[in-house]
Design a protein around this ligand. Sequence first.
Ligand code: NAP
Length: 256
Amino acid sequence: MIKPCLAVIQIGDDPASNTYIKAKAKACDEIGIYFKHIKFTEETKEIEVINKIIELNNDEYVHGILLQLPLPDGFNADKLINYIARNKDVDGLTDINLGKLYNNKPCLISCTPQGIMKLLEHENIDLEGKNVTIVGRSNLVGKPLIGLMLNKNATVTVCHSKTENLSKHTKNADILVVAVGKKEFIKENMVKEDAVVIDVGINKEDNKLYGDVDFNKVKTKAKKITPVPGGVGPMTVAMLMTNVINAYQKQQKKSV
Ligand code: NAP
């Protein structure tokens, strides 16, 4: 029997990426997914990466393909990602999968936003009609999350670096999701009493990890809050495993 297989493509040697790839490899090992790590140097030509993606697309022994982000300067992440076959795009970042998500059609969903939705579901937090504020509009987190929240009938506000009077929007949130990448950026006075706060940020300082939310102060005000580390991060890895298994099962069905 063919075993599920995840292929991770890395370009360069970013230390944070090395850590994340190790965590993915460990999770795969724990649940019996074969893990393939393809590492290119920063000097690699774009065409070589494209050819590798095409080779993996056509390899029946590979069921999920992930391009580890961020890429070194000079590489176009959007272009490369869109070479990944949509049924192997376990990061849910191709235009096809993102478009399907916005149209509420079955697709592979980006892992971090999917993990956030699972956390909320697990805590029985009803989103219908609730004010959800998302701070950050990256393709990886903020943008897919808008679609997922809308599909659950939440009222969604999206903030970014050009947003004026940010606190006005964060204080209006029943559910506040922060994905900015700035240590303890959200302070207690920016959060509504009894809000649910989801901290996506991972900021390393003096070998310690911090979120985007001032956890110790905000936790006294929020109804629920995710810690960093140990909150959204492990959910992202769990959702990646789920996506690989789902992609594997669909591909196996097609091949019989
Ligand atoms: P990103 O691509 O750098 O996006 C950051 C977003 O924050 C942008 O939309 C930016 O606005 C916005 N922003 C920056 N400064 C702001 C300000 N002063 N006020 C309001 N918005 C501001 O980052 P990302 O990939 O989404 O990641 C965000 C954080 O989450 C990072 O710490 C990353 O390490 C972490 N992360 C964690 C996981 C996990 O599994 N836990 C997964 C992915 C990412 P503009 O669009 O206007 O530039």
